[in-house]
Design a protein around this ligand. Structure first.
Ligand SMILES: Nc1ncnc2c1ncn2[C@@H]1O[C@H](COP(=O)(O)OP(=O)(O)OP(=O)(O)O)[C@@H](O)[C@H]1O
Length: 387
């Protein structure tokens, strides 16, 4: 079983091209130490040089996540020198075993800063009252439409008259600039970063800070620093909601992001297939572990609409989102149909709720926003007395 899982992983990885080395990542020998468990957990090390494109991290993770039988993926990123040091330095390993300063566990990294010692301690959550209610949009797996839901949820809340900011914490694939049609370095005034604005939203993205295709390897501590900076040093003004587009997955990085501040609610995005393999459930558990109330589940790509009758065609089966919601005792916030205009709008900076407000998908997303607002109001009071 383990062997065949390993083989399937290798086959999936061999489809990923390594641009700098001109071959696939398996032949390029940059994926090392692939470890699997019988329940489908995978851990591997990706060796990246400073000049490599960080999107390789996401591609590798997505490829492994897509392998049949895989339930959880963890990718540790190291540069070649770190890898050699970590593998060759027995003295450091012995020290670590003796409980003294452990060797640096390389995590995703940006820039060529010297490696820092070990994983950072869990940060103390800081309150930012001016940010309003902080809502983290997450998913157990990549590619389920988490960013799409985050962006359209933010827009629909703004259309209801709320003051809304949206922040992209997805370091491996910051999608917000493309999806919202804004992409320039944010200006800095009075030592505050000014968020960009589009469609009535204030927007901050890690994507604004790095050049497209710029070599960027991300390191855990730096990611945390960027997130803290986004919360603390951005001139958001007074908001009613800050929507955070989280990195996909349910690992330590996600937890520490949620621990940087008091998150008021989590929204889990899933597709009917992901419900079946339990990724969405893990997403719910992740929030529960750190005491973030789960506002509900959004089932995305739930069905296709029959173009003639308008009736739903359940391509991937139906009822999964509702069953999961019942199982974990949270509401199903909505079922968003498959609509090619979502892809088009995402690529051209015109999210569907803004571009086609009457489409079924938009109506579903607007209803999600209404339920989110209602759940938040139930828990914490109305978004603003005057509204
Ligand atoms: N309901 C939908 N109908 C059709 N296409 C959709 C739908 N929802 C999302 N998509 C498309 O699926 C792709 C993945 O969506 P998105 O980037 O929002 O997912 P994600 O979970 O944030 O992914 P990542 O792991 O890359 O961050 C995009 O091309 C998006 O336009």
């Amino acid at each position: 079983m383990t062997d065949s899982l390993q083989q399937r992983i290798e086959t999936a990885l061999s489809q990923i091209h390594h641009p700098r080395l001109g071959t696939d990542v398996v032949r390029a020998d940059v994926v090392r130490d692939v470890a699997t468990t019988t329940d489908g957990k995978v851990r591997l090390t990706l060796v990246l040089a400073a000049e490599d494109d960080a999107t390789l991290v996401r591609d590798v993770r997505h490829a492994v996540e897509g392998v049949d039988g895989v339930t959880n993926v963890r990718v540790d990123v190291m540069d070649p020198a770190q890898y050699d040091a970590a593998r060759g330095d027995k003295r450091a390993a012995n020290l670590a075993a003796a409980g003294r300063s452990a060797p640096a566990r390389a995590l995703p990294v940006m820039d060529a800063a010297p490696s820092r010692p070990a994983t950072p301690a869990a940060p103390q959550p800081v309150n930012y009252p001016e940010l309003g209610k902080i809502i983290a949009v997450s998913s157990g797996k990549g590619g389920v439409g988490k960013s799409t839901v985050a962006v359209n949820l933010a827009l629909a809340l703004a259309q209801r008259g709320a003051r809304v900011g949206i922040m992209d914490a997805d370091v491996y694939g910051p999608n917000l600039p493309r999806m919202l049609g804004v992409d320039e370095p944010p200006p800095v005034r009075d030592q505050k970063i000014q968020p960009l604005e589009a469609h009535g939203l204030k927007i901050m993205s890690i994507g604004f800070m790095i050049e497209r295709d710029q070599p960027a390897i991300w390191r855990g501590p730096i990611v945390m620093k960027v997130i803290t900076q986004f919360l603390r040093d951005v001139a958001w003004g007074q908001l009613d909601y800050l929507i955070v587009d989280m990195p996909p997955g349910t690992g330590d990085a996600q937890l520490s992001l949620v621990q940087a501040t008091n998150v008021h609610g989590g929204v889990i995005v899933t597709t009917p297939q992901q419900v079946a393999v339990g990724d969405a459930l893990r997403g719910v558990k992740m929030f529960e572990r750190v005491g973030v109330p789960v506002l509900g589940i959004v089932e995305n790509m739930s069905y296709l609409e029959n173009p003639e009758t308008g009736k739903p065609i359940a391509v991937f089966g139906s009822g999964g989102g509702q069953r999961l919601a019942d199982e974990v005792g949270v509401p199903l916030l909505g079922q968003v149909p498959i609509d090619p205009r979502i892809v088009e709008g995402g690529d051209t900076g015109r999210p569907i709720v803004a571009a086609e407000p009457n489409a079924s998908a938009s109506r579903a997303l607007i209803a999600v926003a209404e339920r989110v607002a209602a759940r938040v109001a139930e828990r914490y009071g109305a978004e603003r007395a005057a509204r």
